[in-house]
Design a protein around this ligand. Structure first.
Ligand SMILES: [Zn+2]
Length: 160
């Protein structure tokens, strides 16, 4: 279900909305992106009517399935919009589309999320990228075993 608010209801009280939006509803168009959103996007919003506008405030949280642009490793990244504020005029040229007394908030949430999307997802900020075998700088002695240990430690943590 899309996230729709009713203006008649809003004229009487502030609405507090919590739930999930499916990626299909948000329809991000990520076919060519370096990440995908396959899990529901959680919202926790307060919607109020202020004069001739809707004021939407709150939080959105999504899990991005990313592919590192440098090393192509897959990883997940949490996208958290903690202080979302959307101001939607109800009158004038910029007025939001209304269907009877209903306003669909979904497209506005989508827009705000897209602005926060990573342009170049990195598994970690210092990611060195793909290791080239013909590279001149050989890893310093002692570096390799250390990496192995940490990789196994990570696997153990996953308890597969
Ligand atoms: Zn990487």
């Amino acid at each position: 279900m899309a996230l729709i608010v009713n203006l008649r209801l809003l004229s009487q009280e502030t609405l507090f909305l919590q739930g999930d939006l499916s990626p299909a509803e948000l329809d991000f168009g990520l076919q060519d992106a370096m990440f995908q959103i396959t899990q529901p996007v959680a919202y926790d919003l307060e919607v109020a009517m202020v004069e001739d506008a809707l004021l939407v405030r709150g939080q959105l949280q999504a899990t991005l399935d990313c592919e590192c642009v440098r090393c192509l490793q897959r990883f997940t990244q949490l996208l958290n919009l903690a202080e979302l504020t959307i101001h939607l005029p109800l009158t004038g040229d910029e007025a939001v589309t209304m269907d009877n007394d209903n306003v669909d908030l979904t497209p506005f949430l989508r827009e705000d999320m897209i602005l926060e999307f990573p342009q170049h997802p990195l598994c970690k900020p210092e990611c060195a990228g793909l290791k080239k075998t013909s590279e001149k700088q050989a890893p310093a002695a002692g570096e390799k075993p250390e990496l192995k240990v940490s990789a196994w430690a990570e696997l153990n943590k996953l308890k597969l």
